[in-house]
Design a protein around this ligand. Structure first.
Ligand code: GDP
Length: 201
């Protein structure tokens, strides 16, 4: 097995989808990334893949309602789900987003798990919990990245980690870690989780 850094570095844009019909054929395994707008999802994907602009950081948060697929070297893919929770998105567009994402999370056979990116200062928003609800409904794995841990002291970050773990303790298939896309804290742990989901039997 290639080192995680070298493996994920080879991620390359495959295609975008806006509707169920435009999703790529189900092939290999997929891990999807989701998160509230501005939690740092794009920065996390770029950090995981050691690339500057694979996922586009949001200049106009919430505007692009696209699912982006990134191909990995061995047929597997990483999937960038549209950010949510941006106040200025019209209600109708929010509902569209919900329907599309719910269908994707519930029906996609190749989907192994969800990486849920949260701002460590605002964990477990209502939308985050909706996503976890869908994930639980089909026993999909989820791994939470409490991102921007660099914004807190070590003590405060550790205390939030404990709180979130406690809140989710009844779900054995949901795990949590602290992370920073800025200073790479937690990157090795995140690579391990992705590697397991994509490559373990
Ligand atoms: P997205 O909307 O979830 O894709 O978020 P972006 O990746 O565009 O990041 C939103 C803002 O948060 C940008 O200004 C990033 O530079 C910043 N950001 C992302 N990750 C981190 C982090 O780990 N630490 C800090 N301090 N800032 C971050």
């Amino acid at each position: 097995m290639m080192l995680p850094q070298h493996y994920f570095q080879q991620a390359a844009f495959l295609q975008s989808a806006t509707t169920k019909k435009t999703l790529p054929v189900e092939r290999g395994r997929e891990v999807a990334f989701a998160g509230r707008s501005n939690a740092g999802k794009s920065s996390v994907i770029n950090r995981v893949c050691s690339q500057k602009s694979l996922a586009r950081t949001s200049k106009t948060p919430g505007r692009t309602q696209l699912i982006n697929f990134f191909q990995l070297p061995d047929e597997h893919s990483l999937v960038d789900l549209p950010g949510y929770g941006y106040a200025k998105v019209p209600e109708a567009a929010k509902l569209e987003w919900q329907k599309f994402i719910e269908a994707y999370l519930i029906q996609r056979k190749t989907l192994q798990g969800l990486i849920l990116v949260m701002d460590i200062r605002h964990p477990l928003t209502e939308h985050d919990q909706t996503l976890l609800h869908w994930v639980n409904s089909r026993q999909l794995k989820a791994h939470i990245l409490l991102n921007k841990a660099d914004k807190l002291t070590k003590g405060a970050a550790a205390s939030t980690l404990l709180q979130v773990r406690k809140a989710l303790s009844q779900y054995p298939h949901i795990s949590v870690q602290t992370f920073s896309a800025l200073n790479q804290q937690g990157l090795e742990t995140c690579w391990q989780v992705l590697d397991q989901w994509l490559h373990d039997d």
